[in-house]
Write a protein that binds this ligand. Structure first.
Ligand code: ADE
Ligand code: ZN
Length: 319
């Protein structure tokens, strides 16, 4: 899958567990002596036909069973960072889902230790964002944050992901307040499948500095105006939105409308091993299917540095 070269950029919305390619699922299963319920890589890949977010999450969480040791997490992150280097991604802010690992008996230090060692060895600038699973309890999120406290120097912020509808941001007000008290940045998935109200709650109750996805904000003109006025970045994931059914086809994606409204939009891959491409494939797809100009693609790439959790000096170096 060779995408046309695109400008240097940051990736701000990628789940490290969503970079677990089917080949690596098999390699890690072999290394860890795990029997898989799939006959082959092709058989597993053939199961990646999703109707909505939940149908994807079911297989995303099931595949994580192969991630057991610090070396597994290190190898996973190292493979993603190698892709970044190939694709002109100069900076990455990487989500991880510790509750999904803690639940399987994998300690926080194994997860963060493995991911961090790959980041420390890479030439690509990168940081970690600990995501809370919104379909788990607020107490479970608080426990995850407590377990992460010894490793705060290895985390730039917290996020909120997993099944959105029925799990509003308001459920996590306290744990986000605690995270901000600890000096962490905050982001949240909102308006992917959930209503514009969830985007408002994420801003007002969780104090987030970016919205992940946010595509449904367009249903609410006042909210769009607020996002524009307050320069709240939206980390949009075009191929993901099509694979999970938010848009029937990429040609119907509202990315151009978000840009026309003057919003600070970025393009990202979300779960590239599942959705048909890394960040360059997303750039290439929006160029082809939405007819975005070179100028618009450059603006999207520049936005990714504007929206990143970088200090001004480092941001200027990238821009
Ligand atoms: N976890 C991994 N990918 C996700 C997505 N697109 N939305 C919500 N949670 C996720
Ligand atoms: Zn996501």
């Amino acid at each position: 899958m060779n995408a046309a070269p695109t400008p240097p950029k940051a990736e701000l919305h990628v789940h490290i567990e969503g970079t677990l390619e089917p080949e690596m699922v098999f390699d890690l299963a072999r290394r860890n002596g795990i029997e898989l319920p799939h006959e082959s890589v092709a058989d597993l890949r053939a199961k990646y036909r999703f109707s909505d977010l939940q149908s994807f999450l079911d297989i995303y969480y099931a595949n994580m069973a192969v991630l057991r040791t610090e070396a597994d997490f290190r190898d996973l992150a190292a493979a993603y960072l190698d892709r970044c280097a190939e694709q002109g991604v100069r900076h990455a802010e990487i989500f991880f889902d510790p509750q999904a690992h803690l639940k399987r008996g994998v300690p926080m230090e194994t997860v963060i230790g493995g991911l961090h060692s790959a980041l420390a060895d890479s030439d690509v600038s990168a940081s970690l964002i600990l995501c809370f699973l919104r379909d788990e309890s607020a107490e479970s999120a608080a426990e995850a944050l407590r377990l992460a406290e010894p490793f705060l120097d290895r985390i730039v912020g917290v996020g909120l992901d997993s099944a959105e509808v029925g799990h509003p941001p308001s459920k996590f007000t306290e744990v986000f307040a605690r995270a901000r008290e600890l000096g962490l940045r905050a982001v949240a998935h909102a308006g992917e499948e959930g209503p514009p109200e969830y985007v408002r709650e994420a801003l007002d109750l969780l104090g987030v500095q970016r919205i992940d996805h946010g595509i449904r904000a367009l249903e609410d003109p006042e909210l769009v105006e607020r996002l524009r006025r307050e320069r709240i970045p939206l980390t949009v994931c075009p191929l993901s939105n099509v694979r999970l059914g938010a848009f029937a086809e990429l040609s119907g994606h509202t990315l151009p409308a978000l840009l026309e409204h003057g919003l600070l939009v970025t393009v990202n891959s979300d779960d590239p091993a599942y959705f048909g491409g890394y960040v360059d494939e997303n750039f290439d797809a929006v160029r082809r299917e939405l007819g975005l100009s070179t100028e618009q693609l450059r603006e999207l790439a520049a936005n990714s540095f504007r929206a990143a959790f970088l200090d001004d000096r480092r941001r200027d170096e990238f821009l």
